[in-house]
Design a protein around this ligand. Structure first.
Ligand SMILES: NC(=O)c1ccc[n+]([C@@H]2O[C@H](COP(=O)([O-])OP(=O)(O)OC[C@H]3O[C@@H](n4cnc5c(N)ncnc54)[C@H](O)[C@@H]3O)[C@@H](O)[C@H]2O)c1
Length: 194
């Protein structure tokens, strides 16, 4: 397992490797609020309940169509209804859509609460969960409304990729190949995998 410290405006810790979820999820402190989507919840509700028992949860429909201001408002409503305070942590448990919208909700609620990204798609694991970009789509423009807001931690565990449809694996591989074209180290590693 690898731990990477990213020194950005605020520091993010990335825990990466097999077993990262079972090791680091129980260490997330304080009151937690889970955001996930319908597909991910169907597959991982047992895990969510085991590791985040009693945490309030907001489940939104899967897919890009949920990256809207109205779903963002629903998430913020659910956070307020759960009486969350500034010391809470939003857990973004899902693909890039969940990471983007839950990250945005965390950046807005009470002027910003902690967010931990638990990416469950390959694309989210290699790209969107890291770097702190959050957004929803607006007026048919992708990512028109958003913030830069670094996650406290990112927990990247390949266990979640076992249930990922081939199409989604291909999307993530596309991103990896793109990075390979830009970075010789990644390019060389990709060649070894072939
Ligand atoms: N913030 C950033 O820097 C950044 C970078 C790239 C992309 N993005 C955003 O990411 C989004 C795309 O992310 P995505 O490709 O992860 O899409 P997604 O979140 O819609 O997930 C794709 C599908 O996979 C399902 N899924 C998720 N995890 C699963 C699992 N473990 N097993 C089975 N099914 C699973 C989801 O329910 C969904 O149907 C876009 O909105 C894009 O704008 C953000």
């Amino acid at each position: 397992m690898t731990d990477i410290i990213l020194n950005t405006a605020s520091t993010s810790v990335i825990h990466c490797g097999e077993g990262a979820f079972s090791k680091y999820a129980p260490r997330i402190e304080g009151r937690k609020f889970i955001v996930t989507d319908t597909n991910v919840y169907k597959l991982y509700s047992n895990m969510i309940e085991e590791y985040f028992a009693d945490a309030p949860i907001k489940i939104i429909p899967a897919g890009e169509k949920s990256k809207t201001l109205s779903k963002l408002t629903e998430i913020l409503n659910a956070m307020a209804d759960a009486s969350l305070k500034r010391d809470c942590t939003v857990i973004a448990f899902g693909g890039g859509v969940i990471g983007d919208i839950a990250g945005l909700a965390a950046s807005l609620y009470m002027r910003g609460v902690k967010v931990v990204q638990i990416p469950t798609t390959l694309l989210a694991q290699v790209d969107s969960s890291v770097g702190g970009k959050t957004a929803v789509d607006f007026k048919n423009v992708k990512n028109l409304i958003g913030t830069f807001y670094q996650p406290q931690e990112v927990i990247v565990d390949p266990i979640f990729l076992k249930t990922l449809p081939t199409r989604e694996i291909r999307c993530g591989l596309g991103e990896i190949i793109k990075y390979g074209a830009l970075d010789k180290n990644i390019y060389d590693k990709l060649l070894i995998c072939l």
